[in-house]
Design a protein around this ligand. Sequence first.
Ligand code: PMV
Length: 316
Amino acid sequence: MSLATAPAKVILLGEHAVVYGHPAIAMPFPALQARAEARAAERSSLRSERYPETVAFLDEAVTGELAPATEALRGAFEALERLGSTQPLALVLKSDIPAGAGLGSSAATAVACVRAAFGAHGREAPAALVRAIATRAEAIAHGASSGLDPAAVCAEAPIRFVRAHAPVPLTLRAAMGIVIALSDAPSATGPMVAQVGERQQHEAGAREALVQLGELSDQGAELFEKGELAELGGLMDRAHALLASLGVSTPALDTLCRAAREAGAWGAKLTGGGGGGCAVALCPLELLEPVTAAMGAAGASHVWPAQYLLERKQER
Ligand code: PMV
């Protein structure tokens, strides 16, 4: 049996802008994990504890919730076959990453599947191959995707990401607290990407907002590398305002961000596609509890606090 995992992800700056070739900053969020177990079997299949009534067989057409992970597995099997490994595998998925929250659930699931399939053959899947396979699977989950989610869930550290380029790792210079809070509605990545696409075609102001979001990512990467996290938080506040001007925030996300700032967070913004989903707050470690409590009291249905420490990437 082979067990593999992949973490959730959170976008600190640059969502939507990244679709148009501007930079973004994202990082793994290891407090939430997708896990895949692979076992030798007669016939290759995929099941998920989240959808217990469904079994996807890889030699049949698969639609619905398991389609993206099945596509990732097919990619892994093709790569393994080229290496001479043809043993059929049965995979089981377990994940504590909520689906439709903008936390990279589908990308993490795809990555865990690919890693588990390679692990079952005693091999380690090469990182670039995992990213490429997961990016193709994401296209099934969300339509065209920038590739940011697969890059972030594969990363060991925060990354600066530009579409179609290898991600560049950023070094954490100061400890920080991150709070992710789920709003009252699921994220609507596909419709929000389409809406922003429409607006940037017709409105110079929307194109300018996307350019500014990309510039915030570049400034943010510099501040991150200097450990100037309070200033980075300020950029997140500005990014939230720009995203709201593009129409992808909601009153619930605005309320969560305001509550986090009032509790002392350095900054807060919606994270991911928007239209629902999550807000993320960046705060000093000593304010993790009050910021978490404030976002919970402001209507979040779930709140996940995490410490990012210098010696280890992250601890709960
Ligand atoms: O909603 P999420 O977490 O899948 O993030 C989407 C990020 C976008 O920039 C809006 C789209 C993309 O493909 O990068």
